[in-house]
Design a protein around this ligand. Structure first.
Ligand SMILES: Nc1ncnc2c1ncn2[C@@H]1O[C@H](COP(=O)(O)OP(=O)(O)OP(=O)(O)O)[C@@H](O)[C@H]1O
Length: 580
């Protein structure tokens, strides 16, 4: 493999940009059926990770691919995987699936399954894919695996469960498995799947091609590499010069606001009500209860049901926090880094999930780790879209904020703030809303939160397909649920709907106008616009960069560049894909 470490990063970045312009899926050797399917999905050109990973995977190499969130890692492995199975279809005397795709959560399982199914359908090939979750009863697992299917998408916990239920034999895996993918590999061990993975690694045949995809590098990825891979190509992209990796896509602008924990509702109200952020907005809290609190609070100010604001919790944070607190007496910084979550079941709504059209991510509460931050922020700026993030940081959260900045490489690059202070929101603007925010916040009591959670649960039960049969046999249960107390769905009080002009300071009005103008200029007014636009991010068109109420946010030093490590872990700037 001819590689160069000599070229200055700028030249390499330019060359890669040129290569990117030139290269197409055809040139990567992709099957025309897959290319047609991609075109139907509005996807025309490979992303950088696809550019390097697809040919290597088609050649049969083991690959560890680390690339930013939203960089297109799913197609980077799915396309060559399917192509290989197209070629293999016909050899049908298998007793187990030819490909396993293992992911950390049920939600991701569903997302990958949907993506594979749609590609298979668009390509009109005879391949069967199934998804399994460890909550499925043995009879469902048996039915799903009958055949057997060609591709299995599941969480790692399912494999030992299938062994013990006798629906999958270790020897069959040994005889059939051709490709194993560990997607979101940086999360698999921290989600508590180590034993599950170990339970079947002994049965992975030597010929099996193994692929590890991850957004961040960590000790866990190294551990998995040792456990599963023999002779892998390590693809890491992109890097910023020789300093820390740039893990957040450069089309995402990161900001932060310092505020006390009790003022957070006020700040979120100010950001949304004064329209200083572009929609759609994904708001992260650390616990489900806090998620409900924010939801109930915002419902009093905005019409519910428009789905411009989505509140999510990466749930694992709750446990992580509890464990970190227990350990924090001894050695706070270290303990947080080494905190592991052993989860009871597969959950975690956001990591790896491809939310469409999220422009702004708000950390209402800070995540407990840098990896958590990267995954949250990665829900915006996906593929070629632009995005921004705002973290509300209280004094208690400064330590983890510093850790995050360190992880992102900020203190090694002193003159550039990777996370800039958010300067569009002036103190005056915040204070003008304090009275109404505190008034509304008072009405969001613990009881209201509990009732709202219970109501959602009731709705879930009422809509559950699985419980339909139960309700048919027990109609009284259904009646009880239906007649249980329904929360009032009062629309927001009229006096809360708009912010009167006298409450708005001129700076904020100006800032809000800029955000709206920028949204229009960037063609972001249509929420239905899907990912995949090849429009490049224009820094000077982003209001968060070009307009400042207080001070101009410092510019970020940016650099592209792609790095490849050889199997011994030496890193090289990627120069020419074809030379590998
Ligand atoms: N070549 C491409 N051109 C345009 N859009 C693409 C391309 N490849 C993938 N996408 C789209 O980009 C989005 C992000 O892709 P994907 O979910 O694979 O990212 P990821 O790298 O796995 O992110 P994460 O680490 O957060 O899971 C998806 O909506 C996908 O359809």
């Amino acid at each position: 493999m001819a590689e160069s470490m000599e070229k200055p990063p700028k030249d390499i970045a330019r060359k890669e940009e040129e290569e990117e312009e030139e290269q197409s899926f055809e040139e990567l050797g992709l099957d025309p059926r897959l290319i047609r399917a991609l075109i139907k999905k509005g996807i025309e050109k490979p992303t950088p990770i696809q550019l390097v990973a697809i040919p290597l995977i088609l050649e049969g190499k083991d690959v560890v691919a680390r690339a930013k969130t939203g960089s297109g890692k799913t197609f980077a492995y799915l396309l060559p995987l399917l192509q290989k199975l197209f070629a293999a279809s016909g050899s049908k005397n298998k007793l187990a699936p030819s490909a396993f795709i293992l992911v950390p959560t049920r939600e991701l399982c569903q997302q990958v399954y949907t993506e594979v199914s749609s590609l298979i359908e668009l390509c009109r090939v005879q391949l069967k894919v199934v998804q399994l979750t460890s909550s499925m009863p043995a009879s469902d697992l048996r039915t799903a695996l009958a055949g057997p299917p060609d591709i299995l998408v599941s969480t790692p916990a399912c494999i030992p469960k299938c062994f013990s239920a006798g629906v999958l034999q270790p020897a069959s895996i040994n005889g059939s498995l051709e490709i194993l993918v560990l997607d979101e590999a940086d999360l698999l061990l921290s989600y508590g799947y180590e034993d599950d993975i170990k339970a079947f690694t002994a049965h992975i045949p030597k010929r099996c091609q193994c692929l590890l995809m991850s957004a961040t590098s960590s000790g866990d990825v190294e551990k998995l590499k040792k456990l599963i891979l023999h002779n892998a190509f390590i693809l890491t992209l992109p890097e910023v010069g020789d300093i820390k990796d740039e893990v957040i896509p450069k089309n995402v602008q990161q900001f932060w606001i310092s505020c006390s924990g009790r003022d957070k509702l006020l700040y979120i109200l100010a950001l949304l009500k004064l329209e200083l952020v572009q929609k759609k907005v994904l708001i992260f809290t650390n616990t489900i209860d806090m998620g409900y609190r924010v939801k109930l609070f915002l419902e009093k100010e905005f019409n519910a049901g428009l789905f411009d604001y989505l509140i999510a919790t990466d749930d694992s944070q709750t446990k992580e926090k509890e464990e970190a607190n227990v350990e924090s007496n001894a050695e706070p910084r270290k303990s947080r880094k080494h905190t592991k979550q052993k989860l009871d079941s597969e959950f975690g709504v956001v990591r790896g999930i491809d939310f469409k059209n999220v422009h702004t991510v708000i950390n209402f509460e800070m995540p407990q780790s840098a990896a958590g931050y990267v995954h949250r922020i990665g829900r915006t700026g996906r593929a070629y879209n632009t995005g921004s993030s705002i973290s509300l940081v209280s004094s208690d959260e400064m330590e983890v904020f510093e850790e995050i900045k360190y992880f992102l490489g900020e203190d090694e690059n002193k003159d550039s703030n990777l996370i800039s202070p958010f300067s569009l929101l002036s103190k005056n603007a915040v204070e003008s809303l304090r009275y109404r925010a505190e008034d509304v916040a008072k009405s969001v009591t613990k009881v209201a939160v509990r009732e709202s959670r219970a109501q959602d649960l009731r709705n879930e039960i009422l809509n559950s397909e699985k419980l339909k049969a139960h309700f048919e046999v027990n109609p009284r249960d259904l009646d009880l649920l239906k007649h249980d107390k329904v929360l009032s769905k009062k629309p927001p009080a009229p006096h809360l709907r708009d912010v009167p002009d006298y409450l708005l300071d001129p700076t904020t009005q100006e800032a809000s106008k800029f955000v709206k103008l920028a949204r229009a200029a960037m063609g972001n007014t249509n929420p239905a616009r899907r990912g995949g636009s090849k429009r490049k991010f224009k820094k000077n068109k982003d209001p968060l960069k070009t307009f400042s109420a207080e001070s101009q946010a410092p510019k970020r030093a940016r650099n592209g560049g792609m790095k490849r490590e050889d199997k011994d872990g030496n890193s090289h700037k990627h120069k020419n894909r074809k030379s590998s």
